[in-house]
Design a protein around this ligand. Structure first.
Ligand code: SAM
Ligand code: SF4
Length: 435
């Protein structure tokens, strides 16, 4: 209990004082390589728990949105120069709601940049059919992830997930696995959900393992202050399992996958031994394209406007649609790298030295000593690995980080729909009304 208290307090203190500003970040010219994250902020039926920037789907928006994304990619080409794209990840929202639009964006990206990477796409079970899989594979998609959340219809109902039922998820898993065209296939499960029991979670894990799904991401329910489910919880409308049950659930997840020959590739995801890992973006450096997309480059962390109208209008006039950002001190950049490494459960001290020109043991002396003392990490030479015992504390650290820093970034982004460069008057309504 003490350890858990310290972890949460320490994480809150470290990231709680990061300030978001309306200063334009410096877009780096001359980088050798960078990742691309492309955001598709539409869903058939938005879920009340979801923390991401997303809006109810309107097919009329597809053409102007795809056009704006392609234009933003061109704007970055002008600024980034001759850079190699080392990862492409299309997330949302629900990219598979518009598979043709996604294929069009990917084709444009490959025509614009030197791309040498796998392409990952997020999907919803109800969108997947032979035709959509074919479109994605033809567009070069090699990694597919799909949000299942739970195989229980009761739980799907309790979390307000109305776009599909458990049967559709099972069907979609079979479809993707029979197709066999993707190098990696991962599903998302959630835990610590309203009305969920340990027995219910075990059933979800058994089905996942029995189906032989190659990779699984397991997310604890995160209640962000701007989501409907957060308000429901505050009003006492939800029956949540609570912290003690969440720890039991987490331990059950780790033990079940370990026994079934999966290995952790982060504290929240597990891959079948011998299979490729599915990662969202290439480590810590990526450019976010699309409304509400987040970027992380050099010392900058910044977000695009969450407003679809402002997004389309701003890129249409040739400006980047950035609305808020934070600039880290060198120590903050190094701390960010270390946190991601701990989340991914391992790192090499030499890599830290190469990137930051100093020894990790010197820079984070007391923190690393403390992690070792509590048995959270094990150090062998230059290799540092999170232990089995350390997984739950790192899970808590990640959860607190998301609920503090990312929540703050999303709120700032939503509160500032006007991009930094805004020039009046807005032509957004006129643009949208044409489609
Ligand atoms: C961007 S969403 C996934 C894409 C797709 N629209 C879907 O729902 O299947 C990525 C994953 O984040 C997880 N997620 C979303 N909101 C969450 C929250 N508040 N707490 C925990 N996990 C969440 C869900 O597991 C979801 O599948
Ligand atoms: S969880 Fe997926 S489907 Fe639900 S609102 Fe979020 S992005 Fe959309």
């Amino acid at each position: 209990m003490l350890l858990e208290y310290i972890i949460k307090k320490m994480t809150r203190k470290k990231v709680g004082n990061v300030k978001f500003s309306r200063n334009m970040p410096e877009i780096p010219n001359g980088k050798d390589e960078i990742g691309l994250y492309i955001h598709i902020p539409f869903c058939k039926v938005p879920c009340p728990f979801c923390a991401y920037i997303r809006y109810p789907w309107n097919p009329k928006l597809e053409r102007p949105y795809v056009g704006a994304v392609k234009k933003e990619i061109d704007l970055y080409l002008e600024r980034l120069g001759d850079v190699r794209i080392n990862s492409i990840y299309v997330g949302g929202g629900t990219p598979t709601i518009m598979p043709r639009g996604v294929a069009d964006i990917l084709k444009h990206t490959e025509e614009t940049f030197d791309v040498s990477s796998d392409i990952g796409v997020e999907s919803n079970p109800d969108d997947l059919n032979e035709k959509t899989l074919e479109l994605l594979l033809d567009a070069g998609v090699s990694k597919l992830s799909m949000g299942v959340q739970s195989f229980s219809d009761e739980i799907l109902k309790a979390i307000g997930r109305r776009s599909h039922d458990a049967k559709q998820s099972l069907h979609a898993i079979e479809l993707v696995m029979d197709n066999g065209g993707f190098d990696t296939f991962s599903i998302d499960l959630m835990f610590s959900l309203p009305t969920q029991t340990l027995a219910g979670l075990k059933k979800d894990l058994e089905i996942t393992i029995e189906k032989g799904v190659p990779q699984v991401a397991t997310y604890p329910l995160l209640l962000f202050p701007y989501c409907k489910m957060y308000r429901d919880e505050k009003e006492g409308k939800l029956r949540l399992p609570g912290e003690k049950a969440e720890k039991q659930m987490y331990d059950t997840i780790v033990d079940s996958f370990t026994e079934a020959d999966y290995e952790p590739c982060s504290v929240w995801s597990f891959v079948k031994k011998g299979r490729d890992k599915y990662g969202s973006v290439e480590r810590d450096e990526y450019i976010g394209i699309g409304a509400g997309a987040i970027s992380s480059v050099n010392q900058y962390f910044y977000a695009n406007t969450a407003s679809i109208e402002e997004y389309i209008r701003t890129v249409g006039q040739g400006d980047l649609p950035i609305t808020i950002g934070a600039e880290f001190q060198p120590e903050g950049v190094a701390a960010k790298w270390l946190s991601i490494s701990l989340y991914e459960m391992e790192f090499d001290k030499r890599e830290f030295k190469k990137r930051f020109g100093m020894d990790v043991d010197e820079k984070f002396k007391s923190f690393l000593r403390w992690l070792k003392l509590f048995g959270i990490i094990k150090v062998e030479g230059d290799h540092v690995r999170v232990t089995r015992k350390g997984m739950y504390p790192i899970h808590l650290m990640t959860k607190t980080f998301l609920l503090t820093f990312i929540a703050k970034a999303c709120i700032a982004c939503m509160e500032n729909p006007k991009p930094i460069v805004t020039k009046e008057p807005s032509r957004a309504s006129a643009i949208l009304n044409r489609y």
